[in-house]
Design a protein around this ligand. Structure first.
Ligand SMILES: [Zn+2]
Length: 544
C-alpha cells in the first residue's frame, strides 16, 4: 500500500485540492466519479473523459462478474472502453437494494484484482436508513471484520483499496467504525449509506455523519462519500473534508425527466428556459428538449446533468484556491431550507472546523448572518482572546464601541484618544487596556487590531439578533474574566451598544464587579472622551 498515494496541494476549511496517485494515473481531488453501468450506458465513458473532463469513473465489479465473468482475460478498462482511472465498487449497494449478493468477500476482492481496478472497495455491509440499532451494530462489526480479513489478500497490491465506514445516522457507531478501520492500512476511506439520508434531504444528519467519520479517520487519507452526486451539496461535503464522490444521479434523474442545477433539481416539464451554458443547453431550448422523443431527451438531459455536476466541482476547486469555500457553501445553501439547516448545524462543529482550517487565505471574510459565526476565523479569534485575557492585568479596562473604520488602532479617533491618554495620564496611561467591541468578533484589544481578519472583514448591517447575542455574550465573558480593577464601558446608541451593555451589566452584577458606563449618542465625540479621561484620572489616582 503506497504511503504517497495522496498529496495535498491547497486547502480551505477542511476541503483540499489533492493529487491521488493510482496505478492507472493521477487524479486531482476533489473529484466526482460518474457511475458507469457496464451493461447499458447512455454516455460512453470515453466521451466522458474527452468531452466532460471525467478523469475518474466508478463501475460495479459485482455486475461485471455476473454478466461477463466467462470472458477470458477480462479487463475493466477494455470492457468499458475507458483509459482514465477506474474505481470498482463491490456489490455492497446491491446488498442494500436486494438484500444480498451471490458472491463472497474474498471472491470479489480477487475478481477486482484480476480485472485491473485502479481503486477497489471491499465487500462491506451498508447500514441503510431507519434500521434497528442491533442491525446497525451488526453492519458495523461485520464490515470491520471483513476489512480485517481483507488485509492479507490486498497486502502489497498496487490497487488502492478502500476501507469503508458504516453506522448510518448512529454517530457513536460511525465513530467506532472510523476509529477501527482508520487503524488498518487502507489508503482511502469511504463513508457509507449517505444516499438515503440525502434522498430524504437530511443534510444536517449528513453533516454530523461526515464529522463523526472525519474526526476519527487519519486526516492524510482521502475520504470518499459513497453515493453522493448532487452538485448542490458538493461545496458543503468538500468543506467538511470529503475528497471523492460517486453517483448515478446524473443518469437516474435524467430518466425521470429531472434537470440538475447547483441550487437543486428541476422538472423539465416546469422549465420555460434552460439556466445553463453547457453544450446541450446552448444548442436546444426548453421546448425543444421537451418535444424530443424519450430516448433522445434522456440522453440530452443525462449530458446536461453530467456537465453541471462536473462544472460545480471546478467551481468548488476554484473557491478552495481563492479561500471562498465558505461563501460558496452559503450561496448554495440558499437552494433548499434543508441545506440551510445543515449550515446552521456547522456551529456545533466549529472547534473541529477551526483546528483543521488553514489560518490565512489572504483575503477578506464576508459575514452575511449568524451562520457566519461558525466560521473558523471567528472561532480562532475567540481562542486567541482567551489566551490574551491573562495578560490583561492593568488597573483599567476600557471597552469602547469600535470606530467606524478599520484597522481600529489606525483611525483618527483612536490616535487622538491615545495621544490624550499619554498627555493627561502620564505613566498611569500604561495601566489602561483599551479594547474595541464590534460584531461579530466581540472584543478586539487595541494591539490586536491588525491581526487577520480583524481589519479584513465585511458584515452585512445591521447584524441579526443571533449575532448581537453572540457578540454581547463574548464581550461579557471577556469582562468577567479579565483581571482588572476598574471596567469602563463606553457606548454609543445603536442596537449592539444596548445588547453589549445589558449583558455586561448582568455579568458584573453576578460577579460583584463594578462597571462604569458612559452612554452617549456618539462613543467617540469630544465630550465622551472628556468624560472617559476624567474617570481614568480619578481611577488612576486612587491606585497611585
Ligand atoms: Zn446544461
Amino acid at each position: 500500500l503506497s504511503a504517497m498515494a495522496f498529496e495535498l496541494r491547497d486547502r480551505d476549511l477542511l476541503g483540499r485540492i489533492g493529487r491521488l496517485n493510482t496505478k492507472g494515473g493521477a487524479v486531482e481531488t476533489p473529484a466526482f466519479m460518474p457511475v458507469i453501468n457496464p451493461v447499458s450506458q447512455v454516455v460512453p465513458p470515453r466521451r466522458m473523459r474527452e468531452e466532460f473532463g471525467c478523469e475518474i469513473v466508478i463501475t460495479n465489479s459485482y455486475i461485471i462478474k455476473k454478466h461477463f465473468s466467462e470472458q477470458q482475460e477480462l479487463k475493466v478498462h477494455q470492457l468499458i472502453d475507458y483509459d482514465g482511472v477506474i474505481t470498482t465498487d463491490s456489490g455492497a449497494y446491491q446488498i442494500l437494494v436486494y438484500g444480498g449478493v451471490e458472491t463472497s468477500p474474498d471472491e470479489i476482492i480477487r475478481f477486482q484484482q484480476s480485472i485491473g481496478s485502479d481503486i477497489a472497495v471491499i465487500l462491506d455491509i451498508p447500514t441503510g436508513w431507519n434500521v434497528p440499532r442491533e442491525k446497525v451494530e451488526w453492519t458495523v462489526e461485520e464490515t470491520l471484520r471483513r476489512a480485517e480479513a481483507a488485509l492479507p489478500l490486498i497486502e502489497g497490491d498496487d490497487t488502492l483499496w478502500v476501507g469503508p465506514v458504516q453506522g448510518g445516522a448512529h454517530l457513536d457507531l460511525v465513530e467506532r467504525s472510523a476509529q477501527r478501520v482508520g487503524k488498518m492500512p487502507f489508503p482511502i476511506h469511504a463513508l457509507g449509506s449517505p444516499t438515503e439520508v440525502m434522498e430524504n434531504y437530511r443534510f444536517n444528519v449528513l453533516v454530523d455523519m461526515i464529522m463523526a467519520a472525519k474526526r476519527n479517520l487519519p486526516q492524510d487519507r482521502p475520504l470518499h462519500l459513497f453515493g453522493a452526486g448532487h452538485p448542490m451539496m458538493f461545496s458543503l461535503a468538500v468543506a467538511l473534508g470529503c475528497d471523492l464522490f460517486d453517483s448515478a444521479a446524473y443518469a437516474l434523474y435524467a430518466k425521470a425527466g429531472r434537470y440538475l442545477t447547483t441550487l437543486g433539481t428541476m422538472k423539465l416539464k416546469d422549465l420555460s428556459y434552460l439556466p445553463c451554458s453547457c453544450p446541450i443547453c446552448r444548442k436546444y431550448g426548453a421546448d425543444e428538449l421537451k418535444g424530443m422523443f424519450k430516448g433522445e431527451r434522456v440522453k440530452a438531459l443525462t449530458e446536461h446533468n453530467l456537465h453541471v455536476t462536473m462544472a460545480e466541482m471546478e467551481t468548488v476547486k476554484q473557491s478552495i484556491v481563492e479561500g471562498t469555500l465558505w461563501e460558496l457553501m452559503e450561496a448554495r445553501s440558499r437552494g433548499h431550507p434543508a441545506l440551510a439547516s445543515a449550515m446552521k448545524g456547522l456551529y456545533k462543529h466549529r472547534g473541529f472546523l477551526e483546528r483543521g482550517s488553514p489560518s490565512y487565505k489572504g483575503r477578506g471574510v464576508f459575514i452575511f448572518d449568524s451562520v457566519g459565526l461558525a466560521r473558523p476565523e471567528v472561532t480562532r479569534h475567540l481562542r486567541r482572546l482567551e489566551q490574551f485575557i491573562p495578560s490583561v492585568r492593568q488597573n483599567n479596562l476600557v471597552l469602547i464601541s469600535a470606530p467606524p473604520k478599520r484597522p481600529y488602532n489606525k483611525t483618527q479617533e483612536y490616535k487622538s484618544l491615545a495621544r490624550r491618554l499619554k498627555k493627561e495620564l502620564g505613566d498611569d496611561s500604561e495601566r489602561v487596556q483599551i479594547c474595541f467591541y464590534s460584531a461579530p468578533f466581540g472584543v478586539t484589544p487595541a494591539e490586536l487590531s491588525e491581526t487577520y481578519p480583524l481589519s479584513q472583514y465585511e458584515i452585512s448591517d445591521p447584524p441579526d439578533i443571533e449575532t448581537f447575542v453572540f457578540t454581547a455574550e463574548n464581550v461579557a465573558t471577556f469582562v468577567a474574566e479579565a483581571d482588572c480593577k476598574n471596567v469602563t464601558l463606553v457606548r454609543g446608541d445603536d442596537e449592539l451598544d444596548r445588547w453589549v451593555t445589558a449583558r455586561c451589566e448582568d455579568v458584573c452584577e453576578e460577579k460583584g464587579r463594578e462597571i462604569e458606563v458612559i452612554s452617549r449618542p456618539d462613543a467617540w465625540s469630544e465630550e465622551t472622551i472628556d468624560e472617559l479621561l476624567s474617570i481614568l484620572k480619578r481611577n488612576g489616582k486612587g491606585e497611585a
